[in-house]
Design a protein around this ligand. Structure first.
Ligand code: AMP
Ligand code: MG
Length: 317
């Protein structure tokens, strides 16, 4: 079933896949870690479709995959430490979490609202060719339905998500088969955020001793990341109308809003706009933001999850 969506990763198939990515569609992409469900990282609606396809109930930050260090430099600010790690381990299963550049073209949905972006140059030549052919960074979380095991062959992707992608590039079985090691920074000190394909000792041989994220620094800790975008303004959810002193973030045609996540009531558009619009309202100096009800189905579940966290009392965040 769905075998026809699997295509050997020939130059011609890579060109076709790149065209689909530029048009906002999803592609099954081999990497050395696991098969990814790839989308154009600069296209928020395409990223929203990843969450929809995986049926993932929660937005967590995604990794922007780049074809080389030069592409990564256009997205994030490198420190000398980060440069040293990238030079030593790229292409390969090492992800670096760095501050977004002010002109970073990657959608804020990929950062789940954080000021940082995870970047990686994959070791698999097909992945790098696809990124280069697309000419844009690609986000690519594991290509499996949420809760299922990560796919390490093209057939696994077809079995789990075959009807969600037009093309799955077959680049053989993944050589690493484990997720990438994720390194963040506290100033110049590298921190081990997630264990993965490259071991601690190998990294420490290049970067010196790795720190662990402080338990009270939730932004640095992957397990706790999900809680961590909250606006400075207070947030009230499921609000049918604004109260005095509130700015109103609408959804759908019915609400006269200061900003509207999707005037036509599309959840993928709302997901793509969510973090950017919360930031915009926050930056406007508003003290209180009220958000219209969002249907709690499909992508709406992940949107509501994030809104509930942002609305929760600050001692939880
Ligand atoms: P993956 O599961 O391979 O798609 O990688 C995504 C993981 O990378 C997230 O669950 C986090 O653990 C980590 N990550 C991505 N972006 C960030 C970020 N901005 N800050 C900290 N960790 C991140
Ligand atoms: Mg996964």
């Amino acid at each position: 079933m769905n075998r026809n969506r699997i295509s050997p990763a020939t130059a011609d198939a890579i060109t076709r896949a790149a065209e689909k990515l530029r048009a906002g569609q999803l592609v099954g992409m081999p990497t050395e870690t696991v098969y990814g469900l790839a989308a154009d990282a600069t296209n928020g609606e395409a990223i929203a479709r990843i969450y929809e396809a995986k049926n993932r109930p929660r937005f967590n930050p995604l990794i922007a995959h780049v074809s080389d260090l030069e592409m990564a430099r256009q997205l994030v600010v490198f420190t000398p430490e980060a440069e040293r790690l990238a030079t030593a381990f790229w292409p390969g299963p090492l992800t670096l979490v760095l501050p977004r550049r002010p002109d970073c073209p990657v959608s804020e949905l990929a950062s789940a609202g954080l000021d940082t972006l995870a970047v990686r140059c994959p070791g698999h030549a097909v992945a790098r060719s696809l990124i280069a052919a697309t000419g844009r960074p690609l986000v690519a979380p594991s290509a499996n339905p949420s809760g299922a095991i990560s796919p390490t062959t093209a057939q696994h992707v077809a079995d789990g998500l075959g009807n969600r992608v037009d093309i799955i590039l077959d680049g053989g079985a993944c050589s690493v088969g484990l997720e990438s090691t994720v390194i963040g920074f506290d100033g110049e000190t590298p921190l081990l955020l997630r264990k993965g394909g490259i071991g601690r000792q190998e990294i420490e041989a290049v970067a010196g001793r790795l720190g662990s994220p402080a338990p009270d620094a939730p932004k640095a800790s992957p397990g706790m990341l999900a809680s961590h975008y909250a606006p400075a303004a207070s947030l009230r959810i499921n609000a049918k109308s604004p109260r005095s002193g509130e700015v109103y973030l609408g959804f759908g045609p019915d609400w006269p809003a200061d900003l509207n996540l999707s005037p036509t009531g599309r959840l993928d558009e709302a997901a793509a706009n969510l973090f950017a619009y919360l930031r915009r309202l926050d930056a406007s100096g508003a003290r209180a933001i009220a958000v219209a009800p969002i249907p709690d189905k499909g992508l709406g579940e992940a949107i509501n999850d994030r809104l509930r966290r942002a609305a929760a009392p600050r001692d939880l965040s």
